[in-house]
Design a protein around this ligand. Structure first.
Ligand code: AMZ
Length: 275
């Protein structure tokens, strides 16, 4: 299993929200590129990057997203507001390894099928769930669809996986629902990534034993509740990294210079975390 730090973009910053609600923002860092760099330096080989403004319909961080993708050497999965081919293709062209689609995948199964066929193994479907029901449009609208029905619907597409987010737990650092997450993994024909509430090493061990392909880490990592060194050592995917990972050894060819280090106290980009 892989643990991927979340790099959630809002208004050009890297933020962490509680329950996905923009009015409940607990972490705000002014330099998302430096944050991505920091997670890579700590040993995380995969990043989960979301454009919250695009998901919520409150704006767009596409240019910043593309800069994150071209500067980080990490594997990336990217979501939020991917509701058309143009944005999907632009993000894959900019270096995203996988794209995550929610709202339009629910609304337009034919579009999802076409997208998945055009990019086999690179499209993930977001199943953002509250009370067993799938949500759309930045978690602001319920669909009436049960997650088990959605998983059943997806069965025959060449998807990279499913991202299941427990919206009620997101940002609360209160742990996962072990029964519901294990049931989601069992019900999916695809690799399952779990997000929302992952807060302890026990949560991660449970998810690994349940057969989850990955876990997205947000608030627990940014607040230091989870020790990033230990998590990266066990689930960062570090064994795949080259032994000599000098400054640009594993960078994409298009990668630009190294951003500022968010650890440095003189770094103006830092307002809080990563821990
Ligand atoms: O925090 C939120 N309010 C939020 C969020 N993190 N709303 C949507 N998302 C993420 C989903 C998924 O990865 O978890 O955005 C993606 C889906 O976006 P869209 O625009 O395809 O529905």
């Amino acid at each position: 299993m892989i643990a991927a730090p979340a790099v959630d973009l809002k208004g050009g910053r890297c933020v962490q929200l509680v329950g996905g609600r923009p009015e409940d923002e607990r972490v705000s860092l002014s330099d998302p590129i430096a944050v991505a760099e920091r997670w890579w330096d700590l040993g995380f080989g995969t990043l989960h990057v979301v454009d919250l403004d695009a998901a919520l319909g409150s704006g767009d961080n596409l240019a910043l997203l593309e800069r994150v993708l071209t500067t980080t050497p990490a594997e990336t999965q990217v979501g939020g507001g991917i509701r058309g081919d143009l944005r999907a293709d632009a993000l894959l062209d900019a270096g995203a390894d996988r794209i995550v689609v929610g709202t339009r995948a629910l609304d337009d199964p034919a579009w999802l099928a076409d997208l998945a066929e055009r990019h086999p193994g690179r499209v993930m479907v977001a199943a953002d769930v509250r009370d067993g029901q799938v949500l759309r449009k930045g978690w602001t609208e319920a669909t009436g669809l049960a997650i088990t029905d959605l998983l059943g619907r997806l069965a025959s597409l060449p998807l990279a996986g499913v991202l299941s987010t427990d919206v009620a737990r997101e940002g609360r650092v209160a742990g996962i629902d072990p029964v519901a997450t294990a049931a989601t993994v069992r019900a999916s024909a695809y690799p399952v990534w779990i997000s929302g509430g992952v807060s302890t090493l026990e949560d991660l061990v449970h998810l690994e034993r349940s057969g989850a392909a990955g876990a997205v880490l947000g608030m627990a990592l940014y607040t230091g509740k989870l020790d990033p060194d230990e998590v990266a050592r066990r689930w960062g995917g570090g064994s795949d990294r080259p032994v000599d990972d000098g400054p640009q050894a594993n960078a994409r060819p298009s990668g630009s210079g190294r951003p500022a280090d968010p650890k440095r106290s003189d770094d103006p980009g830092r307002t809080t975390g990563p821990a």
